[in-house]
Design a protein around this ligand. Structure first.
Ligand code: FES
Length: 393
């Protein structure tokens, strides 16, 4: 039997999952218009994995070398077994991160997380104003989030805020950073919206203009200069405004493994949109087989799947052709270069989206919020709203 080092087999190979993201539930009290969860998440809400199944998945992934654990959703705190999962993760030697909206975090629970060994809590905030924060989440949670931020700080956790940026809050980036400073934040991620799931449905309404983006970046840099090392600010530039695609998930099946609420094992958040793919499920398949041998994980690993222009591109090892899901969602071809790439024959799809972001009539269409009711519509095949983006087969 292979020797174990803190739960990790000593013979783990180079390509191993370092990151395990446990999307423990798709239920969520918030209804964010930019949520990256699948629009048809409703079909995965009734068959969530049990506590025992989660713990067994954690154990298996750890044996394969996973060391970072993200616990997200939906809202993970809607499950009442997160304390148990966190404590088990700690025993197994994970560095664990709870990714939460803050709804459901109480003194009692945070105390239990602390005792159980949770390492990190990442709280989402949405704006400096109550109006926009409540609008974009379709809830009244602004004040609660500020209280939760205080609670996280009081329990000695690093204060880590994640703020998704879109055209409703991008002009407030300077003030958002000041709010974060007042809350005592140590890290702030300004995550410009990427367009998958619900944010793709609402793309025209959410996408800022290039001028807005430039101003937000300038405000971020001015803030960084003022506060120095006191607070780390990450400004994640959105794909659409780049010329080069991102190395999505750091490569398909290279370091990330996601287990979803119903047990599907995915190489990336959106993989289930890709046609003709069957994904392993922890109820039937071991994680080791899923990672090493399943067709889903091997299909786009490395570069063998590439066609031109990626196949002969000098950059292919750096970006691995970009994002397979983005390519499929925009062009209908998962094996084509990510349309973000200026060498892609589909780059015009990105340029058109950028041009649309300037058209007031498109920007003013109503937003589709992430609600169970709307998700049911997607499950039932009401694809009217998505057809204009998804190249449906
Ligand atoms: Fe699936 Fe990028 S999100 S490959």
């Amino acid at each position: 039997m292979a020797q174990l080092n803190n739960g990790v087999a000593a013979n783990v190979t180079q390509k191993q999952p370092l990151w395990l993201l446990a999307e423990v539930t798709y239920r969520c009290p918030l209804h964010c218009a930019f949520c990256y969860n699948p629009t048809d998440y409703d079909k995965h809400t009734k068959n969530e994995l049990s506590t025992e199944q989660w713990i067994s998945a954690l154990r298996d992934a750890r044996k394969m070398g996973a060391i970072q654990l993200g616990i997200s959703g939906g809202e993970p705190l809607l499950r009442d077994d997160i304390e148990e999962i966190v404590a088990e993760a700690h025993k197994l030697g994970y560095y664990s991160n709870l990714i939460t909206s803050g709804v459901g975090l109480t003194e009692k629970r945070i105390q239990a997380f602390k005792e159980g060994g949770l390492d990190h809590i990442q709280l989402s905030m949405h704006d400096v104003t109550e109006d926009i924060s409540n609008f974009i989440t379709d809830t009244r949670t602004f004040e609660l989030k500020k209280k939760v931020a205080g609670m996280i700080k009081a329990h000695g956790y690093p204060m880590v805020l994640n703020v998704v940026i879109h055209r409703y809050n991008i002009d407030q980036v300077g003030r958002i950073l000041e709010m974060a400073e007042a809350l005592g934040a140590d890290y702030v991620e300004l995550a410009n919206t990427q367009y998958y799931g619900w944010s793709l449905v609402n793309r025209d309404q959410l996408m800022p203009t290039r001028e807005q983006l430039n101003q937000a970046e300038a405000a971020t840099n001015a803030f960084r200069e003022r506060v120095g090392n006191k607070m780390k600010v990450f400004f994640v530039v959105p794909d659409y405004f780049s010329d080069r695609p991102k190395k999505c998930m750091n490569g398909w099946g290279e370091v990330f493994m996601i287990v979803t609420a119903n047990g599907d094992v995915l190489p990336c958040h959106s993989a289930r949109v890709l046609p003709g793919m069957t994904f392993p499920n922890v109820r039937e398949n071991g994680l080791e087989w899923a990672w090493k041998e399943s067709p889903a994980f091997t299909k786009y690993r490395g570069m063998d799947w590439m066609k031109e222009p990626c196949r002969s591109c000098d950059e292919r090892e750096n970006d691995l052709g970009g994002c397979r899901c983005q390519s499929y969602l925009l062009s209908g071809d998962a094996e084509m270069a990510d349309p973000v790439c200026t060498k892609s024959p589909n780059r015009h799809l990105i340029d058109e989206a950028l041009a649309n972001s300037q058209k007031p009539q498109l920007r003013e269409q109503p937003i589709i919020f992430r609600t169970d009711k709307n998700s049911k519509k997607y499950v039932e095949g009401d694809k009217e709203r998505i057809e204009q983006f998804h190249a449906l087969p």
